[in-house]
Write a protein that binds this ligand. Structure first.
Ligand SMILES: *Cc1c(COP(=O)(O)O)cnc(C)c1O
Length: 360
């Protein structure tokens, strides 16, 4: 069997070129006589790998000099705790709850301080982004928290919230490196890499330097302090060495593709192919308010559970895999990250049109 088109929300498709480089370098990384998997994280050869990865990431995104880039572990979910532990001075933070991931972050933060839900779209199953232009930001909020692209529901912020001078913290896991971002607008912007960047096991945290505190409560564990990782350039303990190497290959691939402006354009074109079809179809339809549609995660349904099931089974058989929607929402979802070729989306739409013809 050849390679399938994998529409998984994550772990997700990787660029074939990157996988080929991994294969070529598997047994002997650049004449070192060893695989990157086998290297000491304290070796010169590995130091070069992690430093180059950071440098390429900084260039790709345009990370300002007063921000640190950290390669951490524990997934985006660990950040749900680490952020309040490190940023809550007044023990207050405001949350805009636009899906499960924002909700989890909100719930976790409430263990460490006062978490205020200042807006939510839960009333309509998270199918839109609330108006964020003039929210009741708390006077004493240490930060305002958002999840910028909602992986499960398929919505995305059109513009960042007006935080009225407060720090903005954003989870960009499922849109990381899919388009340019202005890091200077955030206090922390972070994401797990397994959606749009690399193999699961790395979380990239971009944090403004003045937020890295050394006056935290003694009870905050060493590994959960940004300062620990910032002071040792993400090498305090053994990092996920191989996975950081693969992320580094993806950064090089993205640079070769032309950078994040080019990726944005490609992603817009790919998403349009699918949304245009959904808008014209009599069988399939998108589930979110069009102006908040995600470029990365596209949920859709038919009006029958049986048809949904049939579609998921038949599409999978035809090589379009992981189209089943999240277990909490049902229906279908196509995640079309950077590594999904345009051809994959075109062929999916052909398959859907054919399915529609045969079943109506
Ligand atoms: C997948 C996802 C998470 C959870 O990531 P883990 O690495 O599994 O902890 C958090 N936020 C968003 C937006 C996600 O898509």
């Amino acid at each position: 069997m050849g390679r399938v088109y994998n529409f998984s929300a994550g772990p997700a498709m990787m660029p074939v070129e990157v996988l080929k480089t991994c294969a070529e370098e598997m047994l002997d990384y650049k004449g070192s006589g060893q695989s990157v998997m086998e290297m000491s994280h304290r070796s010169k050869v590995y130091d070069e790998i992690i430093k180059t990865a950071e440098k390429d990431f900084r260039e790709l995104v345009g990370v300002p000099d007063n921000y640190k880039v950290l390669f951490l572990q524990g997934g985006a979910s660990t950040q749900f705790a680490m952020i309040p532990m490190n940023l809550m001075k007044n023990k207050v933070a405001d949350f805009i709850v636009t899906g499960q991931w924002a909700k989890k972050a909100y719930q976790e933060a409430s263990k460490y301080g006062k978490a205020n839900k200042i807006a939510s779209s839960e009333d309509k199953t998270f199918s839109y982004i609330p108006d964020v232009s003039d929210l009741p930001i708390s006077e004493d909020a240490d930060y305002v928290y958002i999840c910028q692209n909602n992986t499960i529901y398929g919505t995305k912020y059109k513009e960042l919230p007006n935080t009225k001078g407060k720090l903005l913290v954003s989870d960009v896991s499922s849109m990381f490196l899919s388009e340019p971002m202005d890091v200077s607008k955030y206090g922390i912007v972070y994401g797990g890499v397994q959606k749009n960047v690399g193999p699961a096991g790395v979380t990239i945290v971009v944090i403004r330097e003045d937020l890295i505190r050394d006056d935290l409560d003694d009870s905050v564990p060493t590994m959960l302090r940004y300062k620990t990782h910032a002071d040792s350039d993400s090498l305090y303990n053994t990092p996920p060495c191989y996975n950081i190497y693969v992320c580094g290959l993806v950064f090089k691939w993205l640079k070769k593709m032309g950078g994040l402006e080019v990726m944005k354009k490609k992603n817009e074109e790919k998403a349009k192919i699918l949304y245009d079809y959904l808008d014209s179809s009599n069988m399939f339809k998108g589930t979110v308010v069009p102006e908040y549609r995600s470029l990365m995660n596209v949920p859709f349904i038919t009006d029958s559970d049986d048809l949904n099931k049939k579609f998921i089974a038949e599409s999978s058989e035809a090589g379009f895999v992981n189209l089943k929607g999240h277990r909490t929402v049902g229906g279908m979802r196509a995640s079309i990250y950077n590594a999904m070729p345009r051809e994959g989306v075109e062929k999916l739409v052909e398959f859907m049109a054919d399915f529609e013809k045969k079943n109506s």
